[in-house]
Design a protein around this ligand. Structure first.
Ligand SMILES: NC(=O)c1ccc[n+]([C@@H]2O[C@H](COP(=O)([O-])OP(=O)(O)OC[C@H]3O[C@@H](n4cnc5c(N)ncnc54)[C@H](O)[C@@H]3O)[C@@H](O)[C@H]2O)c1
Length: 384
């Protein structure tokens, strides 16, 4: 198969869909890889590393898309890329189609096979290509929170770990999944007093086993959350209800009891946020105050650390890329129902039910189109 790797063109996106190691894995398996010159530079991969791994460098993005049978990317295609998508192309990337009718129309009109990272499932029913970005964002949340707690950055001037004779900062993490657990690891490591809130008691039991007495766990309720955040220095929003907007667990009213200059990092902002006062911000203008509390609500946090994020993402995506290239789409999805759940568009039809429902379009089950037994998962994922 000819695999194409274009440079990402979305604003401030420095990740890339394949590392030189990924190119090597594909060329070793007998495939050809064409890489747009400069595609990896934002993540610290110079052109010659791709060439040494067996790729052919191409100057124009148009030519990469034209030559490739499968294009591997990070972010969903944006308007300048729509005309580059030719009929029958296999596109493997984050798509996030539900809120994006224009992109959906472009994929359907051009009869592109769109396989979305965010809807691929694994045997446990989790979303393996979202997990790495949640790990990055969870760990970053504490790093960012610590930075904004510093007085000159607008916070209340508290050191997360405290010092002997001065108590450590209180960190409240709402949601103990992938983001929450990774945030807790960092916060505990820095010596903060950490409380994790979750509605899933089994998850709280697991967290209690993992962290032993180093954290407190709290069953989720408005009362418990209000009490915990009233003494918090740093609040991290990390809840997810798959396929739905995040529940607003912290109200504006509750914030009136949070200390002035405390910091909120609402990682769940990409699903609308779990704090009533959350609104999406960007890396170039990341913070604002509400009720005297500093809010950081960047919707694509991993974009700040593209090199780490590219490695983390491609560690998870590469096995699928290689499988798609080796077996072709039909055989690959026939043997992997989780990968089949990633197929959002095929031959001009919408093959992912949740997206069809959200956009009021007709849903065409992939199984029926391909004559396969079984059904595809329809739960929608979060940020990429
Ligand atoms: N901003 C970014 O750059 C970025 C990056 C990665 C992930 N995210 C987002 O972070 C959020 C969390 O992702 P994740 O991978 O950790 O999800 P996850 O499914 O692993 O964890 C979510 C947790 O929230 C808990 N939860 C659900 N409802 C709750 C409630 N009412 N009270 C308390 N806990 C509740 C669940 O029990 C679960 O443990 C998602 O919205 C995800 O899209 C954002």
């Amino acid at each position: 198969m000819i695999v194409g790797l274009p440079k990402e063109i979305k604003d401030n996106e420095y990740r890339v869909g394949l590392t030189p190691a990924g190119v090597r894995a594909l060329t070793d398996a007998g495939h050809r890889v064409v890489v747009e010159r400069g595609a990896g530079e934002g993540s610290g991969f110079e052109n010659d590393l791709y060439e040494k791994a067996g790729a052919r460098l191409i100057d124009a993005a148009d030519d990469v898309w034209a030559e490739a049978e499968m294009v591997v990317k990070v972010k969903e295609p944006i308007a300048p890329e729509y005309p580059r998508m030719k009929e029958g192309l296999l596109l493997f990337t984050y798509l996030h189609l539900a809120p994006d009718p224009k992109q959906t129309e472009a994929l359907l009109q051009n009869k592109v096979t769109g396989v979305a990272y965010e809807t691929i499932t694994d045997r446990r029913g989790t979303l393996p290509l979202l997990t790495p970005m949640s790990e990055v964002a969870g760990r970053m949340a504490v790093q960012v929170g610590a930075q904004y707690l510093e007085k000159m950055n607008g916070g209340r001037g508290v050191l997360l770990g405290g010092v002997p004779g001065v108590p450590a900062a209180r960190v409240v993490i709402i949601g103990g999944g992938v983001v929450g657990t990774n945030a807790a690891k960092m916060a505990v490591g820095l010596g903060a007093q950490v409380t994790i809130v979750d509605r899933n008691l089994d998850r709280l039991r697991e967290l209690d086993d993992i962290f032993l007495s180093k954290i407190s766990t709290l069953a989720s309720s408005a009362y418990a959350i209000h009490g915990a955040i009233s003494e918090a220095d740093l609040i991290i929003g990390a809840v997810l209800v798959p396929g739905a907007a995040a529940p607003r667990l912290v109200t504006r009213e509750m914030l009136k009891d949070v200390p002035n200059g405390a910091v909120i990092v609402d990682v769940a902002v990409d699903q609308g946020g779990c704090i009533e006062t959350t609104r999406p911000t960007t890396h170039s203008n990341p913070t604002y105050y509400e009720e005297g509390v500093l809010h950081y609500c960047v919707a694509n946090m991993p974009g700040a650390v593209p090199r780490t994020s590219t490695f983390a993402l491609t560690n998870a995506t590469l096995p699928y890329v290689v499988r798609l290239a080796n077996r072709g789409l039909l055989e690959a999805v026939r043997t992997d129902p989780g990968l089949k759940a990633g197929v959002n568009t095929y031959a001009g039809r919408l093959t992912y039910e949740a997206v069809a429902t959200d956009q009021g379009l007709e849903y065409a089950p992939l199984d029926e189109m391909l004559g396969l037994p079984g059904g595809t998962s329809t739960s929608a994922g979060g940020a990429g």
